[in-house]
Design a protein around this ligand. Sequence first.
Ligand SMILES: Nc1ncnc2c1ncn2[C@@H]1O[C@H](COP(=O)(O)OP(=O)(O)OP(=O)(O)O)[C@@H](O)[C@H]1O
Length: 269
Amino acid sequence: MNKKIKLSVENVSKTFRIRGGANGEDGILPVLRHVNFDVYEGEIVSLIGESGCGKTTLLRIVQGLVRHDAGNIRVDGQPVSRPGRDRGFVFQQASLLPWRSARANVEFGLELQGVRAADRHRRAEELLKLVGLGHAGAQFPHELSGGMQQRIGLARALAIDPAIMLMDEPFSALDAQTREVLQEELLRIQREVGKTTLFVTHDLDEAIYLSNRVVVLAAKPGRVKRIIEIPFERPRPPLTELRGDPRFQQIRAEMWELIRNSAPLAAAA
Ligand SMILES: Nc1ncnc2c1ncn2[C@@H]1O[C@H](COP(=O)(O)OP(=O)(O)OP(=O)(O)O)[C@@H](O)[C@H]1O
């Protein structure tokens, strides 16, 4: 079977200019160096690596909010240089508009696209059902739990039917139980809509559980250390069950080792 590349990250490098270093002079912080990987249609690929290795920066580059210094980002073969509706995103905080109902939040992107009211309502209802909140469309964000807000954020991102989804630690602010429920829900939704997803997480178990492949980044500057194929078939059993599989433990140990032993490159390298 030929796999179609939805997102390609080719040789991407990024530095930030930082003001007032140790000696009071401005400096250059290399954050990403020659980062390469592809994401195939329908896959979930996670980025993992120690804090500060550039995961969020890379996601923002793909989103088009941060400009890279070198390399190419392509979605469906088209170069990316600014935000666009081919990329939907869900971040750590759902950031819903507080004065809008859940349904009106889901409709927001469609309104910007000029979609007719009747079509917007129909699409929002479908998506609310998809994320398990068919009953909550009239509620306002302050009436929803953190997990429900993230579900609405996911529905809002899916509403514009993007080519790829970008998710930056979407479950990290949730309590452990809600988090596990939403991880299972994401896999169910993924089965239903087949959306290609690039997912940033700190959590090794989450990365293994959700992903087809995991890109392990080394830090200082961020670079691809290894890309690990996750062998478990879908639909996957609950995470608590999967943790008992010796292959899960083996992959987890491999990732942990890679992250722990990713020595920074010498400054001149
Ligand atoms: N706008 C900016 N200006 C200067 N430096 C920045 C900027 N944004 C990020 N950085 C730096 O780039 C590096 C990578 O940050 P980034 O947030 O991408 O890492 P991360 O892997 O997502 O970290 P975490 O896992 O803690 O969220 C950090 O050293 C950070 O301080």
